[in-house]
Design a protein. Structure first.
Lengths: 338, 173
């Protein structure tokens, strides 16, 4: 870790003015990802601005029947909040599928969105990585790429976004509220994270001088037919090989609306609106679910160590949709997949 | 001797940014310490306060050996900057025994042989204290999942689970 100085921000305006003044500064909240990356010298801020004193830790009802989650609400508080478990169980389930109780006690909602990839070559400063050092090359494409992308990757980067929470937020079409020097704006979750293209060093569309203030959940909650299914190398405390957030609205056996988002497969939570649209009007069952999986994965291309993910994702999509349709979501403590 | 680098008597001086004064309560005792901003809570406890019961395992948030309780919640001290915990109430493994009596979880870990080498044990026990305080995990599956942030290289998981279940059922043995 390099030497850095430490200041506290008193409110959002103060935080914004401090980040503008110091170009190599970073905000810190839970610190679970940033401190680790600083120990590895992947992140080298010369100043940390502590935002944990900001008044952003409430969960509030919105006028449109949704919920607005303050950016500093810890992941565990969010996952166990009764408004979340009752109305947005898909989100609660996805959060509990990630990390460990200790990390969820520390990590903030806003920080979860800003997690950086766990690609081995991003972490290993002895190897090339276009995300860590633009122009240096990609170590993963011809390296050990078991955990890497099968969708939406580019020649310059095949990293995946590590979050589980963001996969559920994407399926629920959450909105990210941010504040910056020019005022406030709202970013749809589909537009928050980005694909790597030629600039993999940029993970999100949040500007350097902006701060996340809240995440808003729309009123449509999919609390009846949902499942978050995460497949990984060990049953707990591991990042996803593939994860699926599935949410359905079913009337008399027919699908009225569908949401599907994949984790562990791309640089951002992966949505496929054409596959979701294709499910509408179909009978909720294996045939329609297989067709949806085929649509999502038709452009998937894997690498030497991760081609298995394409078939794994196909099966996980079908299984998660079956769990959602049956009203039997995947348990995050009983690990048997039924 | 030719061909060998000369050892310098003093390492070169490096100017570091100033230390910051912080105060927190550790195991019920007010402690004041001046630390560099990059000092983790884990290093503050072990190297500055001589509380070496909290263990440094991976130092990257992947093993749980450094688990302590901050304001009653279990967290990883290796990924916590000490300067960010000014004014906090911190409990480590050294603070669990009361009036010379071991905490029920400590007694249960001994009775159920919940360790072999013992290196992960302070983290396991602090994590279990947090788990019981949260009051959410009830079944064996839920306890296992809720303890999944604490890795035991010796593989004592069945006995760790038995120790925690015994305490939850009101018995230590």
């Amino acid at each position: 870790m390099i030497d850095f100085d430490y200041v506290r921000a008193s409110d959002v305006g103060d935080a914004l003015s401090q980040i503008t003044k110091h170009q190599a500064a970073k905000f810190i909240a839970g610190g679970t990802n940033l401190i680790d990356l600083m120990k590895e010298n992947v992140e080298q801020p010369t100043r940390l601005i502590d935002i944990t004193g900001l008044p952003l830790n409430e969960i509030q009802e919105t006028q449109t029947g949704g919920l607005k989650i303050g950016a500093l609400v810890p992941n565990s508080d969010l996952a166990y909040d009764q408004r979340i478990t009752r109305r947005y169980p898909l989100l609660a389930s996805a959060i509990l599928a990630g990390a460990s109780p200790q990390l969820r006690n520390m990590a903030s909602t806003g920080g979860n969105l800003l997690q950086r990839t766990r690609c081995l070559y991003f972490y290993d400063t002895a190897t090339p990585c276009n995300k860590r050092r633009p122009g240096s090359g990609c170590g993963a494409a011809e390296g050990f790429n078991r955990m890497n992308a099968i969708l939406g990757w580019s020649e310059s980067c095949i990293a995946v976004h590590p979050s589980d929470m963001c996969v559920a937020l994407s399926a629920l079409e959450a909105v990210v509220h941010v504040a910056g020097p020019k005022g406030e704006r709202a970013i749809k979750s589909a537009d928050f994270h980005r694909l790597p293209g030629d600039t993999p060093e940029i993970d999100t569309n949040l500007a350097r001088d902006e701060i996340i203030t809240a995440i808003e959940l729309p009123s449509e909650d999919f609390s009846r037919n949902y499942s978050y299914l995460k497949i990984r190398d060990r049953l707990s405390y591991a990042f996803a090989l593939v994860s699926v957030a599935a949410a359905l609205k079913i009337e008399a056996g027919a699908i009225k609306s569908a949401r599907l988002a994949l984790g562990g497969v791309a640089h951002k939570p992966w949505r496929a609106p054409d596959a979701e649209q294709g499910l509408v009007g179909e009978q909720a069952g294996r045939k329609a679910f297989c067709e949806a999986a085929d649509i999502i994965l038709q452009g998937a291309v894997g690498f030497a160590h991760n081609r298995f993910k394409i078939e794994l994702a196909r099966r996980a999509i079908v299984r998660a949709l079956e769990q959602a349709a049956a009203g039997t979501p995947q348990s995050q403590s009983v690990k048997v997949i039924v | 001797m030719q061909g060998r680098p000369q050892a310098t008597s003093h390492p070169p001086e490096r100017s570091l940014l100033p230390k910051l004064e912080i105060a927190f309560r550790v195991n019920g005792v007010e402690r004041r310490v001046a630390l560099r901003p990059w000092t983790t809570l884990l290093d503050a406890l072990r190297e500055h306060l001589d509380l070496t019961g909290t263990k440094k395992g991976c130092d990257h948030g992947q093993c749980g050996a450094c688990t302590v309780l901050i304001n009653g919640r279990r967290v990883l001290s290796c990924l916590t900057l000490a300067v960010m915990k000014d004014g906090a109430e911190i409990t480590t493994i050294e603070g669990l025994a009361q009036n010379g009596e071991l905490h029920p979880l400590q007694t249960a870990f001994i009775a159920h042989d919940g360790f072999q080498c013992g290196y992960c044990t302070p983290g396991q026990i602090c994590s279990a204290v947090g788990l019981i305080a949260e009051g959410r995990a009830k079944t064996s599956d839920e306890i296992r999942e809720s303890m999944s942030g604490n890795i035991c290289r010796c593989g004592c998981y069945p006995n760790i689970l038995a120790a925690i279940e015994a305490v939850m059922q009101g018995s230590e043995t």
